[in-house]
Design a protein around this ligand. Sequence first.
Ligand code: ADP
Length: 498
Amino acid sequence: MKTKLLTYLSRLHILRSLKMRIFIIILLVGILPTAALRRTILTSYTKRAVEVRTTDIQNQCKILANHLINYNYLTDSSSEVIAAELAMLSDLYDGRVIIIDQSCRIIRDTYGISEGKTMISEEVMRCLKGESTTHYDGENYYIEITTPIVDTLDIGDEVDENYSDETSVIKGVLLTSVSADNIQTNLEILSTGATVMQLLAAILLLAIAWVLSQLLVKPFERVTKAISEVKDGFSTEQISVPDYVETEHIISAFNDLLGRMKAVDESRQEFVSNVSHELKTPITSMKVLADSLLMQENVPIELYQEFMVDIADEINRENEIITDLLALVKMDRRSTDINIQSISLNELLERLLKRLRPIAKQRNIDVLFESIREVRIEADEVKLSLALSNLIENAIKYNVEYGYVKVTCDADHQFANITVEDNGIGIPEEAKEHIFERFYRVDKSHSREIGGNGLGLAIARNAILVHRGSIRLESQEGKGTKFFVKLPLIYLKSQEGK
Ligand code: ADP
């Protein structure tokens, strides 16, 4: 029931507002102590007032008890002095005095209704044993006190407080019950005053809580406004709301996100401009070739044939770029539909090398394969072939005459490790971090000459990432390059977007 209520309350829109929560907390923190203070003050006032009045009456009763002994009132109740004293006492304290003898018989009752009756109560019995008792009845507002009437053998001595003394004899009990109405009246006055003060404090607190809740939440409203401005395009600057550490954290996370979005946007723009440029280059060449044929009259057929071969080459080039671009788009990690099978990595590499060896042979490059162990792997054969053949092709393309390419295949209990090593031209230090970017080439004209378009490594890297693997390289300019590929033997399904 309680939890249901809490869930209901937490669903209420107003309670989910930080402003409202701050307001309620300040209000509670302010009001609860004043309520506790009020209670403490009123209780301690009552306690103290009852104590003072009780002590006062106890003293009066002790004096009266002495007089009762002096006037031998318990055996002869005709003393007018005592009668006057009793009347004065009951008038003064607006109460009732009852005198009880040793045999619990009521000798005198200032109300005159119980005389001659016997009174046996716990307080009276305790008092007859020498124990003076007091009791405050908070509901009916009266104080009841019992005082022993003690006779001491040596009349001249003061009544000893220690009633067990051999020389003292308890002759009876003085039972006094007095009204505590005045304490109650004072309490009510105090309580009204406290209520007024509490109300004033509550109104003040309400105002403070309202102002504070507005002020404290302001920086968060500034955060929302600043983010909205960026979202609506009024500003592209980094934003700053340094009022709280928390707002600073939110803003710095937002700025990071903004930075990433800008980087993504820039890279998209760069990609589009690269694609346009790359696709335009073969078209421009074709146009130049065609125009030069068209502008000449009586062009010999041999020139036509030669130019048409060049045009066909450019068409092939354009075709290759488009094929690679499509492969790259397909390889996008999120949109990939992947066809996982258990394949032999060694056989796959053998097949690729068999296809590429003739190309290597043209430049007298040795292609070696070191299969350290049999490796079976769960992978998409087409994508993995594309990645590995790009690496091996590069090792051949960027090699030197009579160079070598060495491919190794190994595995531990979790990962397959493939290396592709060459002793070719190597990659300069500053180019290493860009090598996997789309359309990046160390030497554009050289790469173009040998049929590169800068997409091979981007495709290879994406294909490896699709398999949750990793790729890194070591290279020294003029000495050679070594690519390290690590792939999990068991395909791990992607969590994102599925
Ligand atoms: P490309 O189609 O130009 O080969 P890649 O993306 O495959 O494009 O490679 C990008 C660039 O990285 C290449 O242009 C080349 O400069 C460099 N590169 C790649 N592999 C090697 C290698 N094995 N040795 C030296 N340079 C390499």
